[in-house]
Design a protein around this ligand. Structure first.
Ligand code: PLP
Length: 435
């Protein structure tokens, strides 16, 4: 496989952008090598600048649940563009997307559109603080909520800790308001509420944590959070930017049937264009300006082109069996790969839910960030390189999950199985070599 053009483009890009990219993980730092520059995508496939073709399981990190260049989404974008791209005034498209989301979702009554997931979460946090009059927030190690200041924090040492910044440029005073606890740990929650009684505005969680491996939580743990939040006057905040419309139309809230107080969406609701959203009950949303005192705005919020893409995509997601079919495909692919190693000593584990999958080079169950062995990422590096060479594109980090779209066909899944099995054999052979 030739990469000459990608290499040239990346060399140029490095003179323009830090690390040559506009979002860090794209730089291939954790897997090594040159990022692949994509020219175009169609269905499950992407074509790179050197003319190589890949079956894509990154799917733009989740938004493309219908695959690339879906005709309905594309046509809705073209139709919208022909009427103008942005007005800074309300359009009927905002109503239509809101109707689609709220009409099928009993968990929120009002919504506000933003232009990214980060912005949605940042605004939701402000809403939680404004509504409760409390300052502190509680997050979980291993959950990603975008890159706003109060959420770029990681756990210190100890069960319940104030965050330590995971980025330069964030004042210590900010992160002192963010409490960080491990996932799947009731004791930590009880301790946090005891220690910070009446101070915690919200508990924010990815109900299906999928940004740092796939750290599936039990319904029981999520229910426990609901009960603890209710008992303490704290809002439960489900960040569903990745899980919303991915596992079912009503996201993780619907899947587990748990009523959070605030929900954020993003990724899929934009049909591949930049959109985020936060929603809550009428009562809580009444705090948002211009109705209430919590300020939040956006020049391009509710942009009609992005709304149109979202409407087209979500309309497709409502088709009968849409989510069941995606899950069937995921299980088909993953089970075939697992079956190929059924008679060998286990050395990897697949985690899946709906159309999300994650492979870990470990055989002990992983439900927390700290259970992921950083050293095992050297195996992922090999897997990634071997898959790329066989025309399979997955996100360039072992902490990232893969996505299966409606566009992935069974022959493409079979091709992927073959490539995966070969690649895993290379990984295994490498593990067995003396260091
Ligand atoms: C992707 C993601 C975000 C951030 O969204 P952006 O659109 O990248 O700003 C926030 N929370 C979760 C759970 C996400 O998956």
């Amino acid at each position: 496989m030739k990469r000459t053009v990608s290499e040239q483009l990346f060399a140029k890009a490095k003179t323009y952008f830090p690390g040559g990219v506009n979002s860090p993980v794209r730089a291939f730092k954790s897997v090594g090598g040159t990022p692949i520059f994509i020219e175009r995508g169609n269905g499950a496939q992407v074509h790179d600048a050197d003319g190589n073709i890949y079956i894509d399981y990154c799917c733009s990190w989740g938004p493309l649940i219908l695959g690339h260049n879906n005709a309905r989404v594309r046509n809705s974008i073209i139709d919208a563009v022909q009427l103008g791209t942005s007005f800074g005034a309300p359009t009927r498209k905002e109503n239509e997307l809101a109707e689609l989301i709220l009409g099928f979702n009993k968990y929120i009554q009002k919504i506000r559109f933003t232009s990214s997931g980060t912005e949605a979460v940042m605004s939701g946090i402000r809403l939680a603080r404004g509504y409760t009059g409390r300052v502190k927030i509680l997050k979980f190690e291993g959950c990603y909520h975008g890159h706003s200041d109060s959420l770029l924090v990681k756990a210190g040492s100890g069960l319940v800790t104030f965050g330590e910044t995971s980025s330069a440029g964030i004042p210590e005073s900010f992160v002192k308001e963010t409490i960080v606890v491990p996932l799947n740990n009731k004791e930590a929650i009880i301790q946090a509420f005891a220690q910070f009684k009446d101070q915690i505005a919200c508990v924010i969680i990815e109900p299906i944590p999928a940004n740092n491996g796939l750290l599936l939580q039990t319904k029981e743990f999520l229910q426990f959070l609901r009960e603890q939040c209710t008992a303490n006057g704290t809002l439960l905040f489900f960040d569903e930017v990745i899980s919303g419309f991915r596992v079912c139309f009503c996201g993780a809230a619907g899947l587990y049937n748990i009523q959070p107080d605030i929900i954020t969406y993003g990724k899929i609701i934009g049909g591949g264009l930049p959109v985020g959203a936060y929603g809550a009950s009428n009562e809580i949303m009444a705090s948002i300006s211009p109705d209430g005192p919590v300020y939040q705005a956006g020049t391009l919020s509710g942009n009609p082109v992005a709304m149109s893409a979202g409407i087209a995509q979500l309309t497709e997601c409502l088709k009968p069996n849409f989510y069941a079919d995606l899950e069937t495909k995921t299980n088909y692919m993953v089970n075939k790969i697992k079956d190929a190693f059924a008679h060998e000593t286990p050395f990897f584990t697949f985690y899946t839910i709906g159309s999300i999958f994650w492979i870990a080079f470990s055989t002990t169950p992983i439900t927390t960030a700290e259970a992921i062995d950083a050293d095992s990422m050297k195996h992922f590096r090999i897997l990634h390189a071997e898959l790329i060479n066989r025309g399979i594109y997955i996100g360039p980090s072992g902490y990232e999950v893969g996505f299966i779209s409606e566009a992935h066909t069974y022959p493409q899944l079979d091709e992927t199985v073959t490539a995966f099995v070969e690649a895993l054999h290379v990984v295994k052979a490498n593990m067995q070599q003396p260091a």
